[in-house]
Design a protein around this ligand. Structure first.
Ligand code: LLP
Length: 441
């Protein structure tokens, strides 16, 4: 059912993930429950790494974009698979370092990094900081001067390729808070400015064109824009970029509207992108750059499912049927934010054919609190275990405590074994930082 087929229906007619029966998991750990399949994450990391090794002579590094799913255990898994990570906040950096992740394989992103985050990054000895503002270049140069270090940096540029799933558009003027436009000369201008900074070593450029993209042509076009820019910059300044970071964004299966790709397919796609870069660099007389890619969603997305218990059911004749579960927008805000689509399964009756179309509602006090709309299910009853698939990316990482609901725990399954990687939040955790000042007592 997913790219590695670790999601199955077992002899009891229950949904199984990573060799573990989801009904038993729900019983043991309670619901709502995020479940992550360890082997899936490992296989994706390994496939991406192999693609660089085999197609590009190992002259590059895959960075797991940890905004997709960040906790100590995932950094440990990724480290064991020999790839790097991208972090976008002091919190992600702290978590990675706490897990023992080697700092030199950490790349730091963000369009408005705080001075404290820049200091933390430099002190930690991160591999590179991807700069996205003039003010950041100034602050970073100052920090490095104080500390007597030279920091490797990349600059985020905007190649003018905007991709959305199966489509992409080329724009000369991109309205984005990220990056500096190649087309209007801003990228060259900031690159020259960076080259004048004594305590910063410009290594190259980064671009990220979007997320949930299936069309490899859009990545190839962005790569072409980057290499053309690199060639032009060399001509104008003599500086040749040693590293190019092509960002992340490879799409995953959520519903049958999306392509279902195997782990091997992802690796092949990446290889074809590397081939394109090699060819382009050769044609432009550039040295083949050290290449970075930053997949997040495609490494963890299909590795995860969320388990819920069905509660209230409301059938509004001629309108809609709502099946409410014990989760909601506090643990998966993606429908509320993006009208995201998902596939749902009754985990305890997984072999039954769907008979109706329903909306899965959450328990928050808000009409927009839907987990997924228009999903096909057998007739659900209170007490059924409902699984929503492909929730490994941007679910736990985007969760919050709206309505003071505790964030559900995350368990990691492998070969039928299940362990907490994030423990359940308690009501006590929720009030931990609350203070009643003296004057209110
Ligand atoms: N690199 C950069 C600089 C990024 O901004 C992102 C994602 C990635 C890599 C990883 O992209 P991925 O391979 O995961 O598509 N919350 C949204 C997704 C936001 C993505 C933001 N940047 C969602 O739930 O769909």
């Amino acid at each position: 059912m997913n790219a590695r087929n670790t999601l199955k229906i077992n002899q009891n007619g229950h949904l199984e993930i990573g060799g573990a029966d989801t009904v038993a998991l729900a019983e043991q750990f309670g619901t709502p429950l995020y479940v992550m399949d360890e082997q899936y994450i490992r296989d994706m990391c390994a496939a991406y790494k192999r693609a660089i090794d085999e197609e590009y002579g190992g002259n590059g590094l895959v960075l797991y974009a940890s905004k997709a799913f960040s906790c100590k255990a995932v950094y440990r898994i990724v480290q064991e698979e020999g790839i790097g990570v991208d972090v976008v906040s002091g919190g992600e950096l702290y978590t990675a370092l706490q897990a023992g992740f080697p700092a030199e394989k950490i790349y730091v992103h963000g369009n408005n990094k705080l001075r404290s985050e820049l200091e933390f990054s430099v002190e930690s000895g991160v591999g590179a900081i991807v700069v996205d503002a003039y003010s950041e270049l100034d602050a970073l140069d100052e920090i490095c001067a104080e500390k007597g270090v030279v920091q490797d940096i990349l600059i985020r540029v905007n190649p003018g390729v905007e991709a959305h799933t199966h489509h992409f558009i080329q724009t000369a003027k991109t309205d984005s808070k990220f990056g500096f436009s190649i087309a209007d000369g801003s990228a060259e201008k900031i690159a020259k400015y960076a080259l004048g900074k004594k305590n910063l070593a410009l290594q190259g450029f980064h671009s990220h064109i979007g997320s949930q993209i299936f069309e490899m042509q859009s990545f190839k076009l962005a790569a072409e824009k980057l290499l053309t820019f690199a060639a032009q910059l060399r001509e104008n300044t003599g500086f040749e970029a040693a590293k190019l970071n092509l960002g992340g964004g490879f799409g995953i299966w959520y519903t049958d509207d999306d392509a279902k790709q195997s782990v091997a397919d992802y690796a092949e796609n990446l290889k074809s992108l590397f081939r394109e870069v090699s060819g382009l660099a050769d044609r432009k007389g550039l040295r083949r750059p050290y290449l970075l890619v930053e997949p997040g969603r495609s490494i963890v997305g299909e590795a995860g499912i969320t388990l819920y218990t069905v509660g209230a059911i409301k059938d509004i004749p001629g309108v809609k049927k709502y099946v409410a579960v014990d989760g909601g927008m506090f643990e998966n805000p993606r429908y509320a934010l993006y009208q995201a689509k998902y596939t749902a399964v009754l985990a305890n009756r997984a072999a039954e054919k769907p008979t109706e179309t329903v909306s899965v509602a959450g328990k928050c006090c808000e009409s927009g609190d839907i987990v997924c709309a228009n999903v096909s299910l057998p007739r659900a009853c209170s007490g059924d275990i409902l699984a929503v698939l492909s929730t490994g990316a941007y679910n736990y990482s985007m969760a919050g405590n709206y309505n003071r609901n505790p964030v559900p725990p995350v368990i990691l399954v492998k070969d039928g074994r299940a362990d907490y990687i994030v423990k359940p939040q308690t009501y006590e955790d929720i009030v931990r930082n609350d203070v009643i000042p003296e004057r209110l007592r």
